[in-house]
Design a protein around this ligand. Structure first.
Ligand SMILES: CC(=O)N[C@H]1[C@@H](OP(=O)(O)OP(=O)(O)OC[C@H]2O[C@@H](n3ccc(=O)[nH]c3=O)[C@H](O)[C@@H]2O)O[C@H](CO)[C@@H](O)[C@@H]1O
Length: 387
């Protein structure tokens, strides 16, 4: 069934996908596809700035904020965390009672737990989607409550039966498609004639990579490389800096805190330098853009390292450890001017794309929610707002 065909009957889904762009972007992709099949979807997000910024672009979707907080590193902040989670849980119980969803999908992260637990109490079919090559805490902790667990190909969770797991790529938003390179460059004010290096730090930005860009801008410009660096919200404003190339001609570089047109930006690039979040990786693959990935060393269970190594093994680009940032300029030069290598990377990226992930995900969600007996038979009369 294609994502535009009509469902046998309309269903209502809650998508717990807040906290970072890496959770929210696949939630948006799924919500748009559910709507296209005639279903209803509510996206549950956090109060973080990045959730507000990313959701702004989708006024046709229904977003709601769930009270939540990330697990603090400082143990003295634990009571605040527990209070916020309790608040989130009461909010979620109320939401599930009122909306009577046919299914709940959790994309991991700190907004997921309260909604999933509330759904389980009312016996709503639950699916968890994990996009990282080391499953996160939320997925591992909540998996006993899930009918279905979607995992990256080749990844399993010990103790979970095969019948509950499905290999699945990350659903990518429908606007993320390769665009014509020169037009994309022109739309960002970049010259179509010169090489373009795009720098990304995931949805929050990466200070150490931003600093590397600033410190090496003049060297890159001397080689004729234009830089477009997305610094992250709260990590500086919009800036245009010009340095001379080896012949004294100006080379423009641009710094911007956020990008609303990620597909165009990736299409403009010859090469991307980025953190190794699963959302960015899936979009690089969809836009056929080679990358040098620098995994965030503090990511939980070093999952970005696992994501990045898989990308490198599949031939989409290379990985550099954060401790070797001093070699990055040489690596960029060696890659960006090597047309043969860039072509090989692009050929591999085309092969790596799991373009049908969204349709497979939708088909499976429709199937697991079909099995569900009528709402009252499961949740009992107390689940009905009229009771
Ligand atoms: C530090 C950390 O632990 N990050 C995790 C976080 O990623 P994080 O949210 O940082 O980053 P991802 O790379 O996974 O996704 C970023 C998403 O935000 C979008 N975007 C980003 C910047 C911007 O200016 N505009 C914009 O639209 C991107 O297009 C993409 O869709 O969740 C991911 C999914 O679980 C994990 O793989 C990452 O390891």
């Amino acid at each position: 069934m294609s994502s535009t065909s009509q469902p046998t009957h309309t269903k209502t889904f809650l998508l717990a996908c807040g906290g970072t762009g890496g959770h929210l972007a696949p939630g948006i992709a799924l919500a748009e596809a559910l709507l296209a099949r005639g279903h209803n979807a509510t996206l549950l997000i956090s109060s973080k700035k990045v959730d507000s910024r990313l959701s702004e672009k989708y006024p046709h979707l229904n977003f709601r904020r769930v009270p939540s907080a990330p697990l603090p590193r400082n143990p003295f902040l634990l009571p605040v965390f527990l209070l916020r989670q309790l608040h989130g849980f009461l909010f979620s119980i109320n939401l599930v009672r009122k909306t009577k969803p046919d299914g709940i999908v959790g994309f991991g992260g700190f907004t997921t737990a309260s909604v999933i637990i509330a759904g389980a109490i009312f016996r709503v079919p639950i699916a968890l989607h994990e996009s990282n090559r080391v499953p996160g805490r939320a997925t591992r902790f909540l998996q006993p409550l899930a009918t279905r667990i979607f995992l990256p190909p080749g990844i399993a969770i010990p103790g979970v039966t095969r019948s509950r797991m499905r290999p699945m790529g990350l659903p990518v938003r429908k606007e993320i498609q390769r665009e014509p390179r020169d037009a994309a460059r022109a739309s960002f004010g970049l010259s179509p004639e010169r090489s373009v290096l795009v720098i990304l730090g995931g949805s929050q930005g990466a200070t150490s990579i931003n600093n590397w860009a600033r410190e090496n801008l003049h060297t890159l410009a001397r080689d004729g490389i234009q830089v477009y660096c997305v610094t992250g919200l709260g990590k500086g404003g919009d800036e245009i800096i010009t340095h001379p190339d080896a012949n004294g001609r100006p080379v423009k570089s641009i710094f911007s805190p956020f990008c609303d047109r990620m597909a165009a930006l990736m299409s403009a690039a010859d090469l991307v330098v980025s953190r190794a979040g699963s959302g960015t990786i899936a979009e690089l693959i969809r836009c056929v853009t080679p990358a040098i990935l620098i995994p965030y060393p503090q990511a939980a269970d070093n999952h970005q390292q696992a994501n990045a190594l898989y990308f490198e093994q599949q031939g989409g680009g290379v990985v550099i450890d954060q401790s070797r940032l001093n070699t990055l300029t040489r690596e960029v030069r060696d890659t960006i001017f090597n047309d043969w290598l860039l072509r090989k990377f692009r050929e591999n990226l085309v092969r790596m794309d799991r373009a049908n992930s969204l349709d497979l995900l939708l088909d499976d969600l429709e199937q697991i929610t079909n099995r569900r007996p009528p709402h009252n038979a499961k949740a009992g009369k107390s689940a009905s707002p009229a009771a």
